[in-house]
Design a protein around this ligand. Structure first.
Ligand SMILES: [Zn+2]
Length: 103
């Protein structure tokens, strides 16, 4: 397979640019405000699980709580972000190789 074909194959397999999230999905459990609730006694009784996206922006970490019903879709979008980056890196290296070969 020549470089052009390899690039085309990588680009075809890559996720869509519109379906990405740069961040981490975090699962957490919480103690509530009621002092007599059993969630204050044992970690297992904490409320949740809840989900949030953690992402860095302008040198700060941000968090966004998301409904459990969205978590699978968000996981896929986070995976897509990483896959897309890998595809970009591979194509960039192929382009460098192509430029180096002087063709
Ligand atoms: Zn509680």
């Amino acid at each position: 397979m020549n470089i052009k074909e390899r690039k085309r194959k990588i680009a075809k397999k890559a996720p869509r640019l519109t379906e990405i999230i740069r961040g981490t999905l975090i699962k957490w459990r919480q103690q509530c405000g009621k002092p007599n609730c059993k969630c204050h006694k044992l970690k297992n009784y904490r409320h949740g699980p809840y989900w949030r996206i953690s992402y860095g922006l302008n040198n700060r970490m941000h968090h966004l709580c998301v409904p459990a019903s969205s978590k699978e879709r968000i996981k896929i979008m986070i995976e897509n972000y990483n896959k897309l980056w890998k595809a970009i890196e591979k194509i960039s290296l192929l382009n460098i190789r192509h430029v180096r070969s002087g063709k």
